[in-house]
Structure formats: structure tokens, C-alpha cells
Write a protein of this length. Sequence first.
Length: 123
Amino acid sequence: MTTWNGSDLEEIGAAEELDLASERADGTLRNPVTMWVVRAGDHVYVRSVKGTAGPWYQGTQSRHQGRIEAGGVRQDVTFREAGPDEYAGVDTAYREKYGRYPSIVEHVLTDSARASTLRLEPR
């Protein structure tokens, strides 16, 4: 597993939103989707409100690679499925970062959304 350098981790973790473009089977990038992003420990995570059926999540499954942009950082990444042991930390990070939007943040704290938790690793 490749780890983030400190400044990129800080910038991405502090960014309000992240643009994610997943790679198609032929290696070209899809159009980017803007979403919330959280940092838990030394890792960066995203979730789909629509769970694993969400269109952007489905797009990450063809090659498990893509590109992100957030907080001035542009990085090619690998999408890794987070394990259930990571969910609580990610839940906490979403609550802390986006808790000012209580009616929205609850949508990324459902069992369906948790199942779509992806850890973004630099490549």
C-alpha cells in the first residue's frame, strides 16, 4: 500500500470537496464527479450516498484506478474497498467534518453508504 505524503494528506483532508474521475476499461478517464472527502488517520475516504449501486461508484469498479483533485492536489489513485473495521473511523470523520449539514450527512452514514466506502491510495 502506498501512503500519502504529509502535505497532500493535509490538503486533501481539509478540502471541502473532491473531484473524482475513474478510469474506464480502456484507461481513459470518465468525467469527474464532485463529492465529499474525509481523512481518518493517515487515509483518505469517499462514499456513495447511493451505496454500491451509485453510478460513480460503479465506475470505479472497472479498473479500480482514477484521478482525484482536492485542496490543490491532483493525484492518480487506486480505489481500495475499505473494510468494516474502518467504517467507524470514517463515520466519525464525516460527522466531524460535515456535521453542520445534519440532514445531508446522515445519508453517508447508512449501511448502504458504508458498503461503498473506498480508501483512496496514491499511485
